[in-house]
Design a protein around this ligand. Structure first.
Ligand code: DON
Length: 588
C-alpha cells in the first residue's frame, strides 16, 4: 500500500510542477459565506478572473498555444482548424504533455448540434502481449511500463488531427501546421514552470537517451524563465507532417527514425505498427443530468461512462441545498466515486477487444441498486465493495483544451503522453518525446498503475489493443444549445475533477472561472482514502467525515488543470483556465 501511495504522490509531483500553495484570495466576503461557514477556509486556489469574448475562445495549457488557436479563428478557421493548430503548437511549447508521440480524444459538437467523437488513443504494438512487463516469476518489473522504449504505445495524435481535419477542416492543413513549425524553429520563451519542468526531467531524459543532447541548454546551465527554447529537429519533422499529412509521420523519414529509436532501446513499435495505425470515429456517449445533456467520450475512455454514472448517482441528492463541500455533499460524492471506480476496474477496456457494458453501467436502475450498500452513518469499506453485477456479463502529463468558434462549433480535446514527458524517450533526429501509455493497461490483474488504478482482464494487454483511459473531454448542452466545454489532465483525478467543476457551475452557482479555481478532492475506490487540496474542506466537514470513518489526506500538490469555456445566457463566451498552471484563455 505504501508503495502505491508513494508512486501516486511522486507522479503528482512530477506532473504538477506548480507552486502548489493555495494563494490568498480576494473574493467578496459574501460569496465565501455563501460557499462555506468557516471563516478560515479559502475555497478557491486563486482569484483569477475569467476571460470574456463574443467571437471565439481558446482555453489551453499554454498562452502561446491559445494565441495560435485564436489566430486561426481570426483567419476564418473553425473550431476543428484551431484544434489542429493548438494540438501541434502544444507539442512544441508544452512538451510534458502536448505531443505528436502520444494520443488523445476529440469531442466535437457542430453549431447545428451534431456530435462526434474521434478516438486517437495509442495502441499496443503488434508484438506486445499481456505478460510483457512481468519477469520469469510472473512479477511486475518495476518501471518497465513507465520509462524507456518498451513503455510506448503506437502514437495516434497525427492521424487523429489528419482525420479531424479531413472531416471538418476549412483552412488548408499547411496553414494549421505553420505556427508550430515557427515556434519550434525560432524557439519560444520559457515560463518559470516550463523551465523548472525541463530542469527536473533533464537527468532522466539524458539517461534514457545517452547519445542525444535533448533538453540540455546549449551552455550547460539550468533553464530559467525567459530563456528561448529552440527545437530544430522537431521543426523538421513538423515540416514533413505539414507537407505530407499523416504520411509525414507514419511513413518515410519520421517512421524510419522512430523505428530505429525503438530498435536502439529494445522497444516494440515496428514499421507495420505505424503503417496500420488509424484513429476511430465512435458514437458519442450521451446522458443527462437534470435538464442538461452531457456529450462525452465513450470507451476506450472510462471517463465518459464514469462521468455519466457519477452525475446520475448524485442527481437525486439536494447538493445545492446542502452546499459546496459540506459533509453531506462530499460524502455522497465520495461514495459515488468509490462505486464508479470499482466498476471501472472490473468492466472497462477497449470496446474493439472486450464487451464493455456501457448501457448497463449507465442505466438508472443499475445505479439505484449501487446505492443499496450506502449508509450515511458510516463510510462504505472499499475492500467489501466490488464492481457491480450485470446480468449476462462475462467478466473479463496529459493536457486539455477547449475551443468555441464564431459559428458556435465546439471542440473538447484531451491529449497525452501519459506521465509528464512520457517515456522520456526522445526519437533521435526527430526531437519528439514518446508516450508511456502502455502503463495505462492493467499490466497484471490487481497491480496498481502509476495512478494507483487497478484493472483486470478487460484492460489486459493484447496486440493492437488500446489501453483504458480516464480522459474526459466533455461538452454540455442546455435546451438544445451549447452550454459549456470542459476537460482536464490529471490521470485518475480527471474524472472527479470534471465531475466537481461541472457541479460547481450547475449546482453551486459559481461562474466558470470560480468553478475552475475552486479547490478539489478525489476518491478512486482503492486506495481507500480521500485526498483534498489544502483548504478544500472546512474544519467542520473534516470532523464530521472523520467521525463517519473517512480517511482524509491533504494532497500537497494540486488536483486538475481545467481549461473550459461557458456560453453565458447572452451568448458571450467565458474562458476559464486553471490558475494551477500556465493555462490561459484567449478570446476574440
Ligand atoms: O489516459 C489516461 O487516463 C492517462 N494516460 C492520463 C494521464 C494524465 O492525465 C497525466 N497528467 N496529468
Amino acid at each position: 500500500m505504501q508503495k502505491i501511495l508513494l508512486t501516486f504522490s511522486i507522479l503528482h509531483f512530477a506532473f504538477y510542477i506548480s507552486t502548489a500553495t493555495a494563494q490568498q484570495v480576494n473574493e467578496t466576503k459574501g460569496f465565501y459565506q455563501f460557499l462555506t461557514d468557516d471563516p478560515n477556509q479559502k475555497p478557491f486556489f486563486s482569484d483569477k478572473k475569467g476571460v470574456f469574448a463574443s467571437n471565439g475562445m481558446v482555453a489551453s495549457a499554454h498562452p502561446e498555444a491559445s494565441r495560435v488557436g485564436v489566430e486561426i479563428l481570426k483567419a476564418g478557421g473553425n473550431a476543428t482548424d484551431a484544434t489542429v493548430a493548438v494540438q501541434f503548437a502544444l507539442a512544441v511549447v508544452h512538451p510534458s504533455a502536448g505531443n505528436i508521440g502520444g494520443g488523445g480524444f476529440f469531442v466535437y459538437r457542430t453549431a447545428q448540434g451534431q456530435n462526434y467523437t474521434l478516438d486517437f488513443r495509442e495502441k499496443a504494438p503488434l508484438k506486445g502481449n499481456k505478460d510483457m512487463y512481468l519477469d520469469a516469476q510472473g512479477n511486475v518489473v518495476a518501471g518497465l511500463s513507465m520509462t524507456g522504449h518498451l513503455a510506448s504505445g503506437v502514437p495516434g495524435s497525427v492521424d487523429g488531427m489528419a482525420e479531424a481535419h479531413k472531416k471538418f477542416g476549412k483552412l488548408p492543413w499547411e496553414t494549421l501546421l505553420q505556427p508550430a513549425v515557427d515556434l519550434a524553429e525560432k524557439g519560444h520563451i520559457l515560463t518559470e514552470k516550463e523551465a523548472r519542468g525541463l530542469n527536473m526531467v533533464k537527468p532522466t531524459v539524458q539517461k534514457v537517451n545517452p547519445n542525444t543532447p535533448y533538453f540540455a541548454k546549449p551552455d550547460g546551465q539550468d533553464w530559467k524563465a525567459g530563456d528561448v527554447f529552440v527545437q530544430t529537429d522537431l521543426a523538421n519533422i513538423l515540416r514533413l507532417i505539414q507537407k505530407k499529412g499523416r504520411k509525414g509521420f507514419y511513413k518515410g523519414q519520421t517512421a524510419k527514425l522512430l523505428v530505429a529509436e525503438m530498435q536502439r532501446g529494445k522497444g516494440l513499435i515496428s514499421k507495420k505498427d505505424l503503417r496500420q495505425y488509424h484513429s476511430t470515429w465512435r458514437e458519442p456517449l450521451v446522458g443527462t443530468y437534470k435538464n442538461f445533456k452531457i456529450i462525452t467520450m465513450p470507451p476506450v475512455s472510462s471517463g465518459g461512462v464514469a462521468l455519466l454514472q457519477l452525475m446520475k448517482l448524485v442527481e437525486p441528492y439536494p447538493l445545492k441545498r446542502w452546499g459546496w463541500n459540506t459533509d453531506s455533499t462530499v460524502q455522497v460524492m465520495i461514495e459515488a466515486e468509490r462505486r464508479v471506480y470499482a466498476d471501472r476496474a472490473k468492466f472497462l477496456g477497449d470496446p474493439d477487444f472486450v464487451k464493455v457494458p456501457v448501457q448497463e453501467l449507465t442505466d438508472p436502475n443499475y445505479l439505484k441498486e449501487r446505492w443499496r450498500s450506502f449508509d450515511f452513518a458510516k463510510a462504505t469499506d472499499s475492500k467489501a465493495l466490488q464492481g457491480g453485477t450485470i446480468a449476462g456479463y462475462e467478466s473479463t502529463e496529459t493536457t486539455h483544451f477547449s475551443i468555441v468558434d464564431k459559428e458556435g462549433n465546439a471542440s473538447s480535446v484531451t491529449t497525452t503522453l501519459n506521465g509528464g514527458y512520457g517515456s522520456k524517450v526522445v526519437v533521435a533526429g526527430a526531437g519528439f518525446l514518446m508516450n508511456n501509455e502502455m502503463d495505462d493497461f492493467s499490466i497484471k490483474p490487481g497491480v496498481p498503475n502509476m495512478f494507483g488504478l487497478i484493472g483486470n482482464k478487460a484492460n489486459a494487454i493484447a496486440p493492437g489493443k488500446r489501453m483504458l483511459s480516464s480522459m474526459t473531454p466533455t461538452i454540455i448542452e442546455q435546451n438544445g444549445k451549447l452550454h459549456s466545454v470542459v476537460g482536464t489532465p490529471g490521470g485518475s483525478t480527471i474524472i472527479t475533477s470534471v465531475f466537481q467543476t461541472v457541479l460547481n457551475v450547475l449546482e453551486h452557482g459559481m461562474s466558470l472561472q470560480q468553478a475552475v479555481n475552486a479547490l478539489k478532492f478525489h476518491h478512486q475506490w482503492l486506495p481507500d482514502k480521500t485526498v483534498f487540496e489544502t483548504n478544500g474542506f472546512s474544519e467542520n466537514t473534516i470532523k464530521k467525515l472523520q467521525s463517519r470513518g473517512y480517511i482524509l489526506e491533504v494532497q500537497k500538490n494540486t488536483i486538475g488543470r481545467m481549461d473550459c469555456i461557458l456560453v453565458q445566457p447572452d451568448g458571450t463566451l467565458e474562458g476559464g483556465s486553471d490558475p494551477r498552471g500556465d493555462d490561459t484563455s484567449v478570446g476574440h
